[in-house]
Design a protein around this ligand. Structure first.
Ligand code: HMG
Ligand code: MG
Length: 296
């Protein structure tokens, strides 16, 4: 039987959060509709963070509300605190993602909190989410290096991942926020975390700043991970991680995985069309090699 890899499409959130010019809400919604058409089962829609920190995501409620009836899909949103959770609940969200890091220096800049302060912040968020029947995903950023502190101890990646899992996150996404890792290091990091958190509860999230993301995905898939975050057309970056470029392009991941004999449930041709649509709409070059080679 063909093995399945679940792709978590982060384009509408990670892909767009860094855009300096406001992307029209209708364009965001049209992108998500096309990603659904392409067969995605999991799409991170938006983030309910402070609009003062990330103005691009100020329309989170309008985006999320539009998809509140799609209970057949997993449509997580980022939530940094209880205020974000309240807003997400009002928009009919059924799944959230909390986010912290393995480096205090990055986490302070990203969320104005140390790692431990952010973990404490999540306690009431997870309690409330649980009582409302929401699923909660957890992100750990800077797992292979930090733009401010440099090296990040592996023990810290393991500690934070374990803490999020214990707290009730059903899946932990391990983020190479600045795309600094290389395949063996990425696989070593995954294995170290998998010693403490079941591999089936882990996902990988690679940014492609140095062109290593697809190789890192491959190394981790070979090591057994079965959930991969990716962004259509390779869009994205974190506004609080200088020099961070887009995520690994979903088209390239899907092409590689299909070539390796995995099933993703995604129609590559429709996915390429979705990537071309958003690149045209926001006047960005397409970061997917597969999309560039795809017949027009
Ligand atoms: P803070 O300034 O310490 O928050 O920010 P605060 O509680 O003191 O509140 C300050 C103001 O923000 C108040 O408004 C609050 O109401 C408001 P004022 O009284 O001044 O008018 N506020 C909010 N408004 C709406 N929704 C909310 C909310 N919270 C506070 N949820 C905070 C702390 C965490 C809110 C802020 O730092 C923040 O929003 N940070 C998010 C930054 C971000 O979105 N980064 C990108 C996502 S993470 C990422 O990309 C990495 C990832 O992809 C994985 C990887 O690649 O590694 C996931
Ligand atoms: Mg990211």
């Amino acid at each position: 039987m063909t093995e399945t890899i679940r792709i978590v499409e982060v384009g509408p959130r990670d892909g767009l959060q860094n855009e300096a010019t406001q992307v029209a809400t209708a364009t965001k919604i049209a992108l998500i509709e096309q990603l659904i058409e392409a067969g995605h089962s999991t799409i991170e829609l938006t983030s309910f963070v402070s609009p003062k920190w990330v103005p691009q995501m100020a329309d989170a409620a309008d985006v999320a509300t539009r998809f509140r009836e799609r209970t057949d899909l997993r449509l997580p949103v980022l939530v940094p605190n209880l205020q974000g959770l309240e807003r997400a609940l009002e928009s009919g969200v059924r799944e959230i993602a909390v986010f912290t890091a393995a480096s205090d220096a990055f986490n302070r800049r990203n969320t104005n909190a140390t790692i431990d302060e952010s973990l404490n912040r999540f306690v009431p968020v997870l309690e409330r989410a649980k009582s409302d029947g929401l699923r909660v995903r957890g992100y750990v950023s800077t797992v292979l290096g930090c733009p401010y502190q440099g090296e990040v101890p592996l023990a810290e990646v393991v500690r934070v991942s374990k803490a999020l899992h214990r707290m009730g996150c059903y899946e932990i996404s391990l983020g190479d926020t600045i795309g600094i890792g290389t395949p063996r290091k990425a696989r070593g990091m995954l294995r170290a975390v998998a010693d403490e958190v079941p591999l089936s509860a882990l996902a990988v999230h690679f940014h492609d700043t140095r062109g290593q993301a697809l190789a890192n995905v491959f190394a981790c898939v070979e090591a057994g991970v079965r959930v991969v975050d990716a962004s259509v057309a390779g869009l994205g970056g974190c506004p609080y991680a200088q020099g961070a470029s887009g995520n690994v392009a979903t088209e390239d991941v899907v092409y590689a995985l299909h070539g390796m004999g995995f099933n993703t449930g995604i129609d590559l041709s429709r996915l390429v069309a979705a990537g071309r649509f958003i690149c045209h709409a926001i006047e960005r070059r397409n970061g997917s090699k597969v999309a560039l080679a795809w017949p027009s």
